[in-house]
Every structure is written in structure tokens, then in C-alpha cells.
Write a protein that binds this ligand. Structure first.
Ligand SMILES: [Zn+2]
Ligand SMILES: [Zn+2]
Length: 431
């Protein structure tokens, strides 16, 4: 079964050019013709894309270490006769440019390639061969599907109106050594210029959505993720004579409580916001008043102005509480990922293509997620749409959540994801 699949992979590559020129003889296709062709190609390529997904799943690589995956991607894009294939983008990323034969806009498709430091506990033929590293977020599927979309468009090149840039991004889950995530590194090397996409599309597999369904949100889809460190600075003294110092411990307690007033009382309830204190420490001995208390935490928000609002309220609150007690404070507020904000006009324009791809009854709008996604950094620069692909199938025992040892996807979703992404991009290029 596997060797036969590999043959199919080889065959598709060899015949790509031939099929492309056949398509050229049939220019002047209607949008319906093109949609039907996307559908047929997604079905035809499905077995090969499953094999690619399994190959990547077997050989997972952590962020900024995706050398094997990147080489596989670059080789395939070159075999598909892409106009340009850049490697080493943002470390281990790959950017491939495919110019259609007809004039049109430039659009980007982004897939992430990194795995997680999670052991693989599912027993499948494509089980990870790397100890304690697993594609537990489905990025193997994202990469394989994007390669499928790349082949669909390469084979429709003569009918393709515009340019598609495929971005295979490293380290969406972050750098295992710390530091910025892959999207920021990519933007250093390719700040979405030359070529300059007018819009960017991406998708994420979703284990809470049944295979066959597509989920989307207009506006905030996934939360911003910020990190803060607060230091309350008091004055140390003997524990029996607190009035001779400034005790930062009760002041810190007030701050922890007051922080909850920000989401509960100072932010519009229509703009979901979470403020969580994760760590707190201070003091050295039971009978000594501490000189300082340090706490760290995270802020999540689904509105674009959420992080700046929380930061301003937090500063105001710290000024008030500390000055009332004669203490001082230091605040470090780091915006690690903005809101994954789907441009409402782009979403509205894309829905007909998604509907046509999966059927209106399979297009759903799940609640927005409070987890973050670094696709958001691209959306800060250009309009973007990030949607969700159902991969759950309880009948096949596929129900595990992202980032768990048992995570897997129903591979039927790969065909649906290819079709949905190619349809949305094609609709944008054709409008
Ligand atoms: Zn993840
Ligand atoms: Zn992910």
C-alpha cells in the first residue's frame, strides 16, 4: 500500500507539466469549470497528500529545526516548476512563488511546519520515530495540504489569474530556546513585499469539529497573548514592626484582586478578556517584611485594542494602589501575539467559496478561541482570513485535543482542506 502510494506521488510530479499544458488548450473556462477542476484535483491528489502528511508526521521537527520538512517542501515546489523558491526564510521557512498565466492580484497561503515536544502515544503506521517529538497540533497536515494546493494551482496555471505565494513557516509554537516565534522571524526576512500579497489565508485543523465541517469567525478568531511581570517594591524591615517599612505583600494581594476588576468591570463585556496571574513570589523569611514581590501572568483578548487597553488600565491601577501605600512598581508588558483578527470584508467575500466547497450546512461559526496563533502578525500588515478545518471522527476514535499525546486527524479532512483553501484563494484571485 505504501510503496504504491509513493509511486503515485512520483507520477503526479512527472505529469504536472503535461496536465498544465492540456489545461492551456482549454482557456476561457467559467468559474464553475475552475471550481470543478479544483474539486477533481483535490480528490486525485488526496492519496499522495496523505503520504506526504504521514512522512512529515513520522519525522517531526521542533521550531527552527524543520530542515528535513523544509527540504521536502522546497524540492516539491521546484518539481512543480514554481517561478521562485526561497529557503532559509525566517530560519527554516520556505517561500514559493507561482505566477499564473493570466493577470490578477497576489495572494499568500501560509502553512506552519513545526512539531511539539510531546511523546507520541497513538499506535499508527505513521507513528513518530523521534522520541518525545510529535505533530500534536496538526502542522504536518497543514504543510501537506498547502503542498496539495500548490500542486492544484501549478496544474491549473494556464487558467490562474494572478500570483500565489506559499509561505511554509517555521516555529509557530515558538522557539524551544525562547525568543520570537516563526512569524516574526519570517517578517524580518520577507516583510510581505516582493511580491506583495493583497491578502493572506491560512487554516488550522480543529479537533472539536467533525471532519467535513469548516469553522470560521469574522473579526477576533483567536486571542492575543501577552505576558506581564509586575514588581511591587516596598521597604524591608522586622516582621514585628511593619510600620517602620513598606510591606509589599498586602499591596501585591490588593493588586492580584484589583487585576480581576479590569476584565470584570473596566472592559466591554462584548470584548472577552482574560487576566491571569500565574506566579507570585517575594520575601525570604517568616519574620522579615519583604523588600519586593514579583508576579507574572498572561492577558488574552479577542479585540484588537484589548492589549493596549489592559496595559493602560494595569498601569493606572498599579499607580493608584502603590502610591496609596508608599510603594513603587515596575511593569514589563510584552505583547507576544496579537489577536488573530479575520478581516470582516475578506471573510464575507470568502464565504461563498467555502460554502460551495463543503456545503452551507457544514459551514459553522464556533466560539472564538482564547488560545493564540502567530498568523496574527501577518494580519497586522495585510487583511487575512484564518479558518478551521474539522478533523474529529469519534467513529474512528479520533477525538484527542491539540497538544496531547493522542492527537491525530481524520485524513479525509486533507482533501476537504485542500479543496476549501484552493477555492477561497481562486475566488479571491478571480474577483
Ligand atoms: Zn499548537
Ligand atoms: Zn497549531
Amino acid at each position: 500500500m505504501q510503496s504504491r502510494m509513493i509511486l503515485i506521488v512520483g507520477l503526479t510530479l512527472v505529469t504536472a507539466g503535461v496536465v498544465g499544458s492540456q489545461a492551456g488548450a482549454q482557456s476561457g473556462r467559467t468559474p464553475e469549470d475552475l471550481r470543478a477542476r479544483v474539486d477533481a484535483l483535490a480528490t486525485e491528489l488526496h492519496p499522495a497528500i496523505i503520504e506526504i502528511r504521514r512522512d512529515i508526521h513520522r519525522n517531526p521537527e521542533l521550531g527552527f529545526r524543520e530542515t528535513r520538512t523544509a527540504a521536502l517542501v522546497a524540492d516539491r515546489l521546484r518539481a512543480l516548476k514554481f517561478d521562485e523558491v526561497r529557503t532559509g526564510v525566517g530560519g527554516t521557512g520556505v517561500v514559493g512563488v507561482l505566477k499564473g498565466a493570466r493577470p490578477g492580484p497576489v495572494v499568500a497561503v501560509r502553512a506552519d511546519m513545526d512539531a511539539l515536544p510531546v511523546p507520541e502515544l497513538i499506535d499508527v503506521p505513521y507513528k513518530s520515530i523521534v522520541p518525545n517529538v510529535k505533530h500534536a497540533c496538526g502542522h504536518d497536515g497543514h504543510t501537506a495540504m498547502a503542498l496539495g494546493v500548490a500542486e492544484i494551482f501549478a496544474r491549473m496555471r494556464v487558467d490562474l489569474p494572478g500570483t500565489v505565494v506559499f509561505l511554509f513557516q517555521p516555529a509557530e509554537e515558538g522557539d524551544p530556546d525562547g525568543g520570537p516565534t516563526g512569524a516574526l522571524k519570517v517578517l524580518d526576512d520577507w516583510p510581505l513585499t516582493n511580491p506583495t500579497p493583497a491578502a493572506i489565508f491560512g487554516l488550522h485543523v480543529m479537533p472539536t469539529l467533525h471532519v467535513g465541517k469548516i469553522g470560521y469567525n469574522s473579526g477576533g478568531a483567536m486571542a492575543s497573548a501577552d505576558r506581564f511581570t509586575i514588581k511591587i517594591i516596598g521597604k524591608s524591615t522586622h516582621g514585628a514592626m511593619p510600620h517602620t517599612g513598606i510591606d509589599p505583600v498586602p499591596i501585591a494581594a490588593q493588586v492580584v484582586e484589583a487585576l480581576q476588576m479590569i476584565p470584570a468591570r473596566q472592559i466591554d463585556a462584548q470584548k472577552p478578556t482574560v487576566v491571569s496571574v500565574g506566579t507570585i513570589s517575594g520575601g525570604s523569611r517568616f519574620n522579615i517584611i519583604a523588600d519586593s514581590v514579583t508576579m507574572t501572568g498572561t492577558v488574552r483578548s479577542l479585540s484588537e485594542d484589548g492589549p493596549s487597553t489592559v496595559k493602560a488600565k494595569m498601569t493606572q491601577l498599579l499607580q493608584g494602589i502603590t502610591s496609596a501605600s508608599g510603594a513603587t512598581f515596575e511593569l514589563e508588558y510584552v505583547e507576544t501575539a496579537p489577536v488573530t483578527f479575520n478581516n470582516p470584508a475578506l471573510v464575507t467575500a470568502s464565504l461563498p467559496a467555502l460554502e460551495a466547497a463543503v456545503g452551507a450546512e457544514n459551514l459553522v461559526s464556533p466560539p472564538a478561541q482564547m488560545v493564540a496563533e502567530d498568523f496574527a502578525f501577518y494580519q497586522k500588515k495585510i487583511p487575512g482570513f484564518y479558518f478551521f478545518l474539522g478533523v474529529a471522527n469519534p467513529d474512528k476514535g479520533i477525538t484527542a485535543m491539540w497538544h496531547t499525546e493522542y492527537f491525530d486527524i481524520d485524513e479525509d479532512a486533507l482533501r476537504i482542506g485542500m479543496k476549501a483553501m484552493a477555492s477561497v484563494v481562486l475566488q479571491y484571485l478571480s474577483r
